[in-house]
Design a protein around this ligand. Structure first.
Ligand SMILES: [Fe+2]
Length: 402
């Protein structure tokens, strides 16, 4: 499942130009289209096989968070270590009981717990060039979990099973930020009522007030959060860059004998310096590229191949998957550079068409990469070597086709 499939039949470009940041939007589809993302068996598997702490899992009922000890007792690790190391184990009995009584189960960062959800997150990151975080919410009955609130990120609610009632109000403060010194006033008036049924997606822009209530039904939905860069982020980055300028590091002048002429002269110089920085061509693109290149990306392991360095033999078929959706690729005087996850990787200039080809797709067969990453100078052995180098750098992963 990828981002384009969430929007289907609406093209991604139409969503971005007509709906992104503009208002709530329901994207409808067949009722069972999301069941393969997170089947019940996998939800059970996640609950059984992972350790959770209070930052990762919540049970919310009637606007109150239950204490984690109410559904996840602390137990000693086995064998009991001298240091008394303990961990939490979810109690199947109490978790089911709380959900049966109308509580909402809320698990964060599900993209780290499920391959299908991770693929969805990566495809969203490829479009927005921002990290996508995905939360799972399971509820039953009709008791609301959280109070009416706003989120400081754009949200896509993907209804996998059942249905949920959404009451939404227009933002009461445009473009609110988590760091905002002023909070958004509570909404007044009647909300827009939306019943989100399985197979549908609700897009909720940042700052939209919403109250979500189970609709007397079993409901499972994924909440995808995407944080976008703002003018404040750009200005903070700009201030970092201004540290190189003497005039910006200099002490601010004090008034002398009540005269502020020095201060006015100093302010003029500061203004000119800031304007000169703002006038740099493609400033927003440069800022976004710096931000993207610093973003951590989901790590994919390919052991033991990357330990033994066995490379890709000449026989057999391979699939290749690009792992760094927010990577930034540039040519500089020293050659090709790929910046991703806060690191800088250098490759030969001949790698560029292969990298561009892989970055535009989820998974490609190695043969297709060779055929379509058109560069007549590249032999199949060159493509294998390039892909192997990318694999060792953690930027791509190869899977043998069985
Ligand atoms: Fe929310």
């Amino acid at each position: 499942m990828d981002f384009a499939s969430l929007l289907h039949p609406m093209p991604t470009e139409s969503f971005i130009s007509d709906h992104l940041g503009r208002g709530v939007c329901v994207l409808e589809g067949p009722f069972d289209r999301f069941e393969s993302i997170l089947p019940w068996a996998q939800i059970n598997d996640i609950l059984e096989r992972h350790w959770f702490d209070a930052t990762r899992i919540r049970i919310v009922k009637g606007h109150r968070h239950l204490n984690i000890s109410e559904f996840s007792p602390s137990i000693a690790t086995y064998p009991i270590s001298e240091s008394g190391l303990r961990r939490r184990q979810l109690s199947a009995e109490s978790l089911s009981r709380h959900l049966r009584d109308g509580a909402t189960l809320h698990i964060k960062s599900v993209e780290d717990l499920s391959e299908e959800v991770a693929e969805l997150a990566s495809s969203i990151e490829r479009v927005f060039k921002e990290r996508a975080s995905i939360e799972l919410l399971v509820s039953y009955g009709e008791t609301p979990g959280y109070q009416a609130h706003i989120d400081y990120v754009d949200v896509f609610a993907i209804q996998i099973y059942g249905r949920k009632k959404w009451a939404v109000w227009e933002p009461t403060r445009k473009w609110p930020l988590l760091t905002d010194p002023e909070s958004a006033p509570k909404p007044e008036g009647e909300p827009q009522e939306i019943v989100l049924t399985s197979g549908n997606v609700l897009y909720v822009p940042r700052g939209t007030w919403h109250l979500v209530t189970p609709a007397q039904d079993l409901s499972v939905h994924l909440s995808v959060s995407v944080s976008r860069r703002t003018g404040i982020d750009l200005m903070k980055w700009l201030v970092e860059g201004l540290h190189t300028m003497e005039i910006c590091r200099q002490d601010l002048p004090m008034p002398v004998d009540g005269e502020s002429a020095d201060q006015e002269q100093h302010l003029r110089q500061l203004r000119e310096t800031v304007i000169k920085f703002l006038d740099h061509p493609n400033l927003i693109d440069r800022f976004l590229a710096t931000h993207q290149a610093a973003q951590p990306f989901r790590q994919v392991f390919d052991l033991p191949r990357t330990i033994t360095g066995s490379g890709l033999g000449n026989g057999g078929g391979w699939n290749v998957r690009w792992c760094a959706p927010m990577a930034v690729v540039d040519m500089d005087p020293d050659g090709l550079v790929v910046r991703a996850g806060g690191r800088c990787h250098r490759f030969g200039a001949e790698s560029l068409p292969v990298i561009r080809f892989l970055m535009a797709r989820t998974t490609s067969s190695l043969d297709t990469v060779g055929e379509e990453a058109i560069n007549p100078a590249l032999q199949p052995s060159d493509v294998r070597r390039i892909v192997w180098d990318l694999s060792l750098a953690g930027l791509a992963v190869v899977e043998e086709i069985s």
